[in-house]
Design a protein around this ligand. Structure first.
Ligand SMILES: Nc1ncnc2c1ncn2[C@@H]1O[C@H](COP(=O)(O)OP(=O)(O)O)[C@@H](O)[C@H]1O
Ligand SMILES: [Mg+2]
Length: 234
């Protein structure tokens, strides 16, 4: 359960998040809004990379903002980046293994955990491929894999569908839909693909210029005139 209360983030004169309050209990939550609305900033605030000037984030009763970024990761907060960041010299397997190294998972359990996630993502055949040889979809899957190893409690996905083909989107959709059932983590999904959001998110949050303009059942939010004007019409 996520409790965002009066969250404010400023970059100089730009108010990237403006007094945002939301109470999120659903398993898969959508987060949409036009470019510059504050979506990535919200994810950054969760993971500890945004200058929060006010408000609180409570996660299962814990005060997230008082924890340093590594403690948030160890607690089970995982995020993917809008710009995929794979290391050219590391294999897919290495990328996942590296995350586990920071989680203090017993060495004996790590290989099985990596296998489980690679199987889940249907990329086991890529385990020895180096970062430099991955196509964008494979890099994206590797990045999601990094979010899934080591018992995540909350997975924040920042536009995972960006730049993917239709076929790749089908695979991505299948993965996102099954994350909660397989790993038990709550998922927050940022994406511009309204069909994806409609399919996988039971509730959706809409930001515009840093302000919360709608929140509720996805179908209702997407039909909301204010949302259409701010987002869909642009
Ligand atoms: N590091 C930063 N420095 C200055 N301004 C930033 C920074 N990050 C984001 N912003 C500004 O904050 C606003 C929200 O950005 P962002 O959260 O990236 O939007 P979104 O992900 O919804 O497209 C934008 O006006 C953006 O220019
Ligand atoms: Mg963004």
């Amino acid at each position: 359960m996520i409790d965002v209360a009066n969250l404010t983030v400023k970059f100089g004169g730009v108010v990237a998040l403006d007094d945002v309050s939301i109470h999120l209990t659903s398993d898969v939550i959508g987060l949409i809004g036009p470019n510059g609305a504050g979506k990535t900033t919200l994810i950054n605030a969760f993971s500890g990379f945004a200058p929060v000037t006010g408000g609180r984030i409570g996660v299962n009763g814990r005060d997230l903002l008082s924890m340093p970024p590594h403690a948030r990761a160890r607690w089970g907060l995982a995020r993917s980046f809008q710009k995929v960041q794979t290391v050219p010299d590391l294999t897919v397997q290495d990328h996942l293994q590296t995350v586990l190294d920071s989680k203090r998972m017993p060495r004996s359990e790590r290989a099985a955990e990596v296998d489980r996630v690679l199987d889940f993502l249907e990329i086991a055949q890529l385990r020895d491929r180096k970062g430099r040889d991955l196509n964008p979809f494979q890099s994206r899957m590797t990045e999601i894999g990094k979010c899934l190893v080591g018992g995540p409690r909350m997975v924040l996905l920042d536009e995972p569908g960006g730049g993917l083909s239709e076929l790749e989107m089908v695979r991505l959709r299948r993965v996102i839909t099954r994350i909660h059932a397989e790993f038990g983590a709550q998922v927050l999904l940022v994406d511009h693909d309204v069909d994806l959001i409609r399919d996988v998110c039971s509730v959706t949050v809409v930001l515009d210029f840093g302000k919360l303009i709608a929140f509720g059942v996805t179908a209702e939010v997407l039909a909301n005139e204010v949302v259409k004007a701010a987002y869909l019409g642009r």
